[in-house]
Design a protein around this ligand. Structure first.
Ligand code: FES
Ligand code: FES
Length: 157
């Protein structure tokens, strides 16, 4: 299989991946960098479990071709806590507000929430629901997730 060498910033550090040209960003994160926080749910852009940030925007990494990552900045769930392990306010809010049940959707939800709160620190409930419209959760009924993001907005103030 033809390989490609892709250089980009991953959670603040410069990295290079030498991977098959057909790989996605999700496959590269999970299998080359062993960052397994982003999950593969559907693999076709419908569930949001694979959401990461590319240049600050939430993307479905299962659809993102790795060659298109060249020169960009990627942030995953592994990159949002402080270096000393202090959780990001969105992570704290999800834990405190029972926004996590089985956890499969959680990293994608948190990354979508981060993309929203980085752009809009005081979102309405409608803004929050729109921001996670592409993230499916089969456990929580979404109420605790929306409340977690509302709490995170307050914690970030
Ligand atoms: S695994 Fe990417 S959207 Fe479902
Ligand atoms: S907590 Fe289980 S899918 Fe959302």
């Amino acid at each position: 299989m033809k390989k490609v060498s892709v250089s980009f910033t991953l959670n603040g550090d410069p990295v290079t991946a030498d991977v098959p040209v057909t790989w996605t960003l999700l496959k590269t994160l999970r299998e080359y960098f062993e960052l397994t926080g982003a999950k593969e749910g559907c693999g076709v852009g419908e569930c949001g479990a694979c959401t990461v940030l590319v240049d600050g925007k939430a993307v479905n990494s299962c659809l993102y071709p790795i060659p298109e990552v060249e020169g960009r900045s990627v942030t995953t769930i592994e990159g949002i806590a402080e270096k000393d392990g202090t959780l990001h306010p969105i992570q704290k809010a999800f834990l405190e507000n029972n926004g996590v049940q089985c956890g499969f959707c959680t990293s994608g939800m948190i990354m979508s929430a981060k993309a929203l709160l980085d752009q809009n620190p005081d979102p309405s409930e409608e803004d929050i629901r729109k921001s996670i419209a592409g993230n499916f959760c089969r456990c929580t009924g979404y109420v605790q997730i929306v409340e977690s993001i509302q709490m995170a907005a307050k914690l970030k103030e």
